[in-house]
Design a protein around this ligand. Sequence first.
Ligand code: FE
Length: 194
Amino acid sequence: MSHDPSDPALRTEALEALLTERGVVEAPAIDRLIAYYEEQVGPMNGARVVARAWSDPAYRARLLTDGRSAIAELGFEGPQSEHLVVVENAPGVHNVVVCTLCSCYPWPVLGLPPSWYKDPAYRSRIVREPRAVLAEMGLALDEATEIRVWDSSAEVRYLVLPERPAGSEGLAEDALAGLVSRDAMIGVARIPPP
Ligand code: FE
């Protein structure tokens, strides 16, 4: 680690040391929180939700009707998912998620947001020119495809249910989950055939 005073890791360490020393926080509690977000929470949770929806039509229907409850069925719940809405991609319809105001994101299913998601350029441009931004990110959609941009808020968080790729028909749920990327669940990528 570099010891540049502006290094965020160093500043975080100093802040943690100070708060611990003053008795504001306890080191084991911070360790538990970090381990939780490193090991238990991340896009692998959302991937399991998507794989279940692809495998089980009744689950898919519940997921699209009441995202929060259907996701809680798999054990994923917590802050930033109280009102979780799942939007489904289909031929001719592509969904993409943003938070124009800040960085609202469905933590329990996707973990913490990537830095580009918090970038002011993504947040403003994806609304004005979604087709161009998606193309720059490697997802070229033809003019006939309708793009729906969903603006997250403190109230509502969104998860994209991507299209199941061709060639995945014979795959079991675990293998399907392995195909699902974080970016596909934000809506800036498609899932390539296995
Ligand atoms: Fe936000």
